[in-house]
Design a protein around this ligand. Structure first.
Ligand code: SF4
Length: 462
């Protein structure tokens, strides 16, 4: 019995788990207030990503494209970025932050975005927009390396290193959430509030679960301000929940400004939420209040009702963002389930050395496989042709056809999830997230047993 980490053996990719780096960088950008990114590439690099994010969050938001065409692809297209910056500034008087996110084509062309930013800072901004606060930030996101996950990590680091400036200590905590949903942000803020901790929640997308108000404004935007980003250098500590989605920026703040830093664990499940609260206590000195002990108790109670009776020994395949997949696998193990296949959609060199993966390798007493650089065919092929038996799939909506075609129940989790209502509203982190996830898994299995006319369940009076 073992847990192997192996790279997908095939070259090429059938039904990718991730999209490309600019997607992650765009997801970070929408968490900033008064910010509209310019994606420097073909229009599809924005159109498809924007659609994906909008389908997931069921909201609209602004993002621009330099809209590179044939001529630019051959002769270079920095001129189009120059024009795009000018148009954005003319059209949106409140915009302050403009990340310029490159793509595969413009990185191959070799467009000098950093040089262009220097030029615009000295030229256009001084002559046409004197006195206006504008920040142009180059973010290099070629898609032929990494994935949307590394694109997220890089953008967080680029924004933080651009803005962070040392001044008086703020007494606040930096919380880098990683790639989460509005519901997760609400849950995390709740835990912080219960502990009376003042924190800067970075790249904060809670407002993407937005009301329809009398003003009828339909465009959502993030809540992290320029001041929040500048103040990251003066925090009493940084807590990055995800190693691969914010870990770089946390390391930067520690190295450059000596900010005490803790990275992970992703607070999925009771055990990891406990560690999260203890880490908050370690960094701030604030005690864990009785109210959270009660919330923990409620979660334990809910899980105890389900784990041994219904979830134990259920075989699960999990795919998606690495921190999420690892957190879900740890949670499943705590629920006595058997995550048998973990699919990580890129080949990050840090995976084999990840202490959480190493702990899984030491802990599991059955056959578990962790495939890196994986695609969804790895899952489909194992089910169809290699006899993999599963009780449940956990992953984003792109894998739903595997669930439908093979009659395996599935809980949608991760990004993107667009074929179930309101998922962005429900947290997977914290004690509330543990309850929600466990109950989703149990209810999905119950429904499946009804579909399959399982007598044991139908006659059950639990
Ligand atoms: S792979 Fe390249 S061309 Fe395609 S969307 Fe991503 S950045 Fe654009």
């Amino acid at each position: 019995m073992s847990c192997n980490v192996q790279v997908k053996e095939r070259t090429g990719c059938i039904n990718p788990i991730f999209t490309c780096q600019p997607c992650g960088s765009q997801f970070v950008s929408i968490g900033i207030k008064d910010c509209i990114g310019i994606v420097h590439g073909g229009q599809g690099c924005v159109m498809f990503v924007r659609l994906l994010i909008s389908q997931h969050l069921k909201e609209s938001f602004d993002i621009a494209s330099s809209s590179v065409h044939e001529e630019g692809a051959v002769f270079g297209a920095v001129k189009r970025v120059e024009e795009a910056v000018d148009v954005l500034l003319m059209r949106y008087p409140d915009v302050k932050v403009i990340p310029i996110i490159t793509t595969c084509s413009t990185e191959v062309i070799g467009d000098d975005i950093d040089g262009l930013v220097l030029k615009l800072n000295k030229g256009l901004l001084k002559t046409k927009y004197p006195g206006r606060e504008v920040h142009l930030i180059p973010i290099h996101a070629p898609s032929f390396v990494g994935s949307m996950v590394s694109g997220y990590d890089q953008a967080v680091k680029d924004f933080v290193s651009y803005f962070a400036k040392k001044s008086a200590p703020s007494g606040k905590l930096n919380l880098i959430t990683g790639w989460v949903n509005p519901g997760d942000v609400t849950a995390l803020k709740h835990l912080l509030a219960e502990m009376q901790i003042e924190a800067t929640v970075l790249f904060e997308i809670e407002k993407f679960d937005s009301p329809i108000m009398p003003t009828k404004r339909v465009v959502s935007e993030g809540s992290t301000t320029v001041e929040d980003l500048t103040g990251t250098a003066n925090a009493l500590g940084t807590l990055a929940l995800n190693r691969y989605e914010g870990g770089k920026a946390a390391a930067y703040l520690e190295e450059k400004f000596g900010i005490p830093t803790i990275v992970g664990p992703t607070p999925i499940g009771i055990r990891n939420t406990d560690t999260f609260l203890h880490n908050l206590k370690k960094l701030t000195g604030k005690p864990i209040p009785a109210t959270l002990v009660r919330e923990r108790g409620l979660a334990l109670d809910a899980l105890t009702d389900l784990a041994h009776m219904f979830l134990a020994d259920k075989k699960v395949a999990i795919y998606g963002n690495p921190d999420l997949v690892i957190g879900l696998a740890e949670f499943c193990l705590d629920l006595e389930m058997k995550p048998v296949l973990l699919l990580l959609g890129d080949d990050h060199s840090g995976y084999p050395k990840d202490p959480r993966i190493q702990a899984l390798q030491e802990k599991v007493d059955y056959e578990m496989k962790i495939i890196t650089n994986a695609d969804l065919w790895e899952l489909e092929n194992r089910i169809k042709n290699e006899g993999l038996e599963l009780d449940l799939i956990l992953g984003h909506s792109k894998g739903r056809f595997i669930s439908i075609d093979n009659n395996i129940p599935m809980v949608r989790v991760g990004f993107p999830t667009y074929d179930r209502a309101g998922l962005y509203r429900h947290p997977v982190v914290g004690y509330a997230g543990a309850i929600w996830l466990a109950e989703q898994m149990a209810n999905t299995l119950f429904t499946d047993m009804e579909h399959k006319k399982c007598k044991e369940w139908i006659l059950n009076v639990w």
